[in-house]
Ligand binder design. Structure first.
Ligand code: GLN
Length: 537
């Protein structure tokens, strides 16, 4: 029998940045632990087709899925917290919806109808949600987060679509969670529920009665305030959930469980007889994190360092590696554009490890190479990611191979030493959408290398997001000068990961390992790197 599609919708009210994504992911974690297969979708109201072209300053990191979609960073929270792998169906923007409706209109698929927000845009949204539910084939419940705040013009078609879905799929197959801010007035010690009441009213005006309210606040929402919200918002008391700020984000899931939100959802959606979620490993994790006393300084040398969200997956990966080694990772944020020969020693003097992340464009690359040279010469542990690998090879080409004009054709198309290059046939043998290598690719590891020792595997799969590749024409020269190509793509022979011979830890990958770290399964490259940094103390 075909499974009935079941959806949980998560909306936000009062203000943005309430951490709805985290709450939605925590709900997913609890349901997964109760035996359900959970899929997640983020609906984003912006008109960009995907965040791939948006500045990291505006949008934070671009998260890449296994199947190569460039998505919102919230998908990273979902993958990490739920411990799952999502697909291109997980990220839906207004831009995608509108462009596919217009494309269909141009093809004459609407048979002369007048194209309108309702029903054409809303139907397209509903279609995308169904596609998401069916994407993996085994989904029991799909959690849909609606970006933006209730009342925004942009998100109205999304809200109208999810309103219709209760009618189409039935009450027992749809569950609406609304997240709001509950201000706490310190001077009088009062919890104010009025903005929540207004926000729910706004949602009711659209035709959506929430089934649960998550009240985000600095403090625990007491019974009196919960009673008040329940009464005014027409909900049973057990559907009013307090989500107070916590020092460790994983505690959110534990707090939701304590208030039985998962029981409420399971019962509503008709999933019976499932055992309570065993969250003991998360309880241990939270306790371990709270007990961390010592920290380790790691410098992250990037060009978007003013917005830490631009490197969120890397930050998380470093943290997880630290947890497993009982250290708190303290990141020293270094803007590569400010780095020069004069200030580099002072800037990096406290760094026990250096990381150079991915990036696009020439700006800041010279500073990154100074940091790489510093790590290489002073034997400071180094982890390079994507551009961080490309630049380490360029730096070595300039300084060790003595090719002073060595570069990537991304930055200098006319250089005679094209260490990193775009070759038209570089992707022969693998299918490729646009011109970027995106998503998961194989990497064969070479036995006897440090990289192999970390992964302990002959073949690994890692995610990519880049256009340029290492030019194998220089491989032999690099090998003769202490560079070990420790992993290659078996289909194309492209360079995937390198390391240096006479260095305690100098590893740089063309792929992005940060997308595969999980709180309880830290990524081996990050663990190796943080461990080497600790040993460098
Ligand atoms: N700009 C480089 C390329 O396109 C590196 C990309 C990245 O670091 N993600 O190949």
């Amino acid at each position: 029998m075909k499974k009935e599609m079941k959806f949980i919708f998560v909306t936000g009210g009062v203000v943005s940045s309430l951490g709805k994504g985290i709450s939605a992911a925590c709900v997913g974690r609890l349901l997964k632990r109760r035996g359900l297969n959970v899929f997640s979708i983020k609906l984003d109201p912006y008109l960009n087709v995907d965040p791939g072209t948006m500045s990291p300053y505006q949008h934070g990191e671009v998260f890449v899925t296994k199947d190569g979609a460039e998505t919102d960073l919230d998908l990273g929270h979902y993958e990490r917290i739920i411990n799952t792998s999502l697909t291109k169906e997980s990220s839906v923007s207004s831009g995608q919806i509108y462009s596919s409706v217009i494309e269909k209109e141009r093809k004459g698929e609407y048979l002369g109808a007048t194209i309108q927000i309702i029903p054409h845009i809303t139907n397209e949204i509903i279609k995308r949600l169904k596609d998401g539910f069916n994407a993996k084939g085994d989904t029991d419940v799909c959690i849909v987060e609606i970006g933006g705040t209730v009342g925004d013009i942009e998100s109205q078609p999304f809200l109208e679509a999810i309103r219709q879905m209760r009618r189409d799929f039935g009450c027992k197959n749809t569950f609406y969670i609304h997240t709001t801010l509950v201000p706490y007035l310190k001077t009088t010690g009062e919890i104010k529920t009025k903005p929540t009441q207004h926000s729910v009213k706004e949602l009711l005006g659209i035709g959506i009665q929430p089934d649960a309210l998550l009240l985000r606040s600095e403090v625990d929402i007491n019974k009196e305030a919960k009673d008040k919200v329940a009464l005014f918002c027409n909900l049973p008391l057990n559907a009013v959930i307090s989500v107070k700020d916590v020092p460790v984000v994983y505690e959110v899931a534990l707090n939701l469980q304590k208030q039985h939100l998962d029981d409420l959802i399971m019962e509503h959606l008709g999933f019976e007889n499932s055992p309570k979620a065993d969250m003991s490993d998360w309880v241990d994790l939270v306790n371990r994190i709270k007990g961390l006393k010592e920290s380790i300084n790691i410098a992250l040398v990037g060009k978007y360092v003013e917005l830490h969200d631009a490197y969120i997956s890397i930050v998380e990966s470093l943290k997880y590696a630290g947890f497993s080694l009982n250290k708190k990772v303290n990141i020293i944020w270094v803007n590569s554009e400010d780095l020069n020969e004069e200030n580099i020693n002072e800037t990096l003097k406290d760094a026990k490890g250096i990381i150079v992340p991915g990036g696009f464009g020439k700006r800041g690359t010279e500073g990154k190479m100074l940091a790489i040279k510093f790590a290489r010469e002073n034997k400071v542990p180094y982890l390079g990611l994507c551009l961080g690998m490309q630049l380490s090879l360029i730096e070595i080409a300039r300084d060790v191979l003595n090719y002073s004009d060595a570069n990537s054709t991304e930055f200098d198309p006319d250089t005679t030493h094209k260490i990193i290059d775009y070759l038209p046939d570089q992707y022969e043998g693998i299918k490729l959408g646009g011109t970027m290598r995106l998503g998961e690719y194989d990497c064969s590891l070479i036995k006897g290398t440090k990289t192999y020792d970390l992964y302990k595997s002959d073949l690994i799969k890692e995610r990519h997001r880049h256009r340029y590749e290492f030019n194998n024409g220089f491989k032999k020269e690099f090998e003769e000068n202490g560079v070990i190509f420790s992993g290659i793509n078996p289909q194309t022979n492209l360079c995937e990961i390198i390391e240096l011979k006479d260095h305690p830890f100098f590893i740089a990958s063309q792929f992005h390992p940060e997308f595969l770290s999980r709180p309880l399964q830290p990524h081996p490259l990050f663990v190796g790197f943080v461990k080497a940094s600790i040993e460098n103390e």
